[in-house]
Write a protein that binds this ligand. Structure first.
Ligand code: FES
Ligand code: FE2
Length: 429
């Protein structure tokens, strides 16, 4: 019998995988790349974890994973939302096994250690076994809190690295997209309280995210939608509309419909051209809070279609996040954006979400199929490269970022990959 050596994991030379207008197929298929992404992007960088509206009451919690690590996001009895490691500090048992709930404490099923919803260790059964060290054990072995945690617009982000740039530095121009969403709410608050739909996608997590800002595919991938549902909010033929794509920097990017909506100067084009009369309470609340002019502007501009690196997509009146499982497996989570005190709007949003994002919905099923086929195609080793040069000659830099007036340009993708390569090479933390 011969003994074969296990393959040695080679360090990843990211710079060899990313060029300004093309990327190597290995960025989607290499396990070494995936492991490095989990470290540099998901554990060391800022990632979206939850929205504060998911845990509105003291004791509410949701469980999540960051780069494969189980976390629990809990609102403590002091009202503070904390991102905590979902791991018993005794011998490592996963503490909280439900997806969400409300509890004053978390009791480990193994030996019964009990932690408060603020993470403090409050109960150790058969305490005598620790003798005089009991007080120290209780003091030192509270749940581990994410070293950094910050919120913007109720979106809670965390980083498992103790140092690095602030959330605001990371978000940069993308804060405007979150503001644009909040502008549609009389209270400038939104609720992600309807629960998340989950789709298992048999493709790399980056395909799911990149596809959200791909303005090229709609007429082809979603041909069945346009056969069945007319009219679309605006034409998907790039030359017929003033719709931009924009690289916002830091890997964030968007498809910006606002110039077209502004040109039309028509409210709710983005919302099936809803007549004002169908949402009188919402309109009244908006005008009372923001005044008629700002309300009109917000209802013309509509919500953002913006990708926030690495795992948050503001999908107009939905939000999407992804959980990477392996090079070719991803869970995509989508939730409708609800507006407090606006039942007319929320009911319509729920129906629209079902139609677009639900299991029998039009849009996301098409995208999932395309992602899977993409991953299958990339199993061919040749050609080695994925081409992202569309529109590279017509990108223009302005104060908002790098813009292309052709919505089918691959400007968002070029921005994503430039940032991705920098993060993986260790240039940011
Ligand atoms: S592993 Fe949790 S109490 Fe022992
Ligand atoms: Fe799509």
């Amino acid at each position: 019998m011969t003994v074969t050596e296990a393959p040695v994991a080679r360090p990843v030379d990211v710079t060899a995988l990313v060029e300004p207008d093309r990327v190597h197929g290995a960025v989607y298929t290499s396990p070494e790349v995936f492991d490095l992404e989990m470290k540099r992007i998901f554990r060391e960088g800022w990632v979206f974890v939850a929205h504060e509206s998911e845990v509105p009451e003291k004791g509410d919690y949701v469980t999540r994973r960051i780069g494969g690590e189980p976390m629990v996001v809990a609102r403590g009895k002091d009202g503070v939302v904390r991102v905590l490691a979902n791991r018993c500090t005794h011998r490592g048992n996963r503490l909280c096994n439900a997806e969400k709930g409300n509890s004053s404490s978390f009791r480990c099923p193994y030996h019964g250690w009990t932690f408060g919803n603020d993470g403090k260790l409050v109960g150790v059964p058969m305490r005598d076994g620790y003798g005089e060290r009991l007080a120290a054990v209780r003091e030192e072995l509270g749940l581990v809190q994410a070293p950094r945690q910050e919120s913007y617009g109720g979106f809670v982000f965390a980083s498992l690295a103790p140092t690095g740039i602030s959330l605001l530095e990371h978000l940069g121009n993308a804060t405007k997209a979150i503001d644009r969403l909040l502008d549609l709410s009389p209270t400038r608050e939104i609720q992600l309280s309807a629960g998340w739909m989950k789709h298992q996608n048999n493709c790399n997590w980056k395909m799911v995210m990149e596809n959200n800002v791909d303005g090229y595919h709609a007429l082809f991938t979603h041909a069945s939608v346009y056969d069945a549902v007319r009219p679309a909010k605006v034409s998907h033929v790039p030359s017929k509309v003033e719709v931009l794509v924009r690289d916002l920097g830091n890997g964030h990017s968007e498809i910006d419909y606002e110039p077209e909506y502004t040109r039309l100067d028509e409210e709710f084009v983005w919302y099936g051209r809803l007549p004002r009369e169908k949402a009188p309470a919402y309109i009244a609340a908006m005008e009372a809070a923001h005044g008629p002019a700002k309300t009109h502007q917000a209802l013309v501009s509509g919500p953002p279609h913006t990708l926030i690196f690495p795992n948050l997509f503001l999908a107009e009146m939905n939000v999407m996040t992804v959980e990477p499982l392996s090079t070719g497996e991803t869970i995509a989570y989508t939730a409708p954006v609800l507006i407090p005190g606006a039942p007319e709007i929320n009911t319509k949003t729920l129906r629209r979400t079902e139609g677009a994002m639900g299991p029998a919905g039009f849009l996301i099923a098409d995208d999932g199929e395309i992602g899977q086929r993409n991953q299958m195609g990339l199993a061919a080793q040749e050609p080695e490269w994925v081409v992202l040069s569309r529109g590279s000659d017509t990108d223009v830099d302005d104060e908002t970022g790098r813009v292309n007036r052709d919505k089918s340009a691959e400007t968002p993708q070029r921005g994503w990959w430039k940032h991705w390569a920098g993060v993986l090479a260790g240039s940011r933390g």
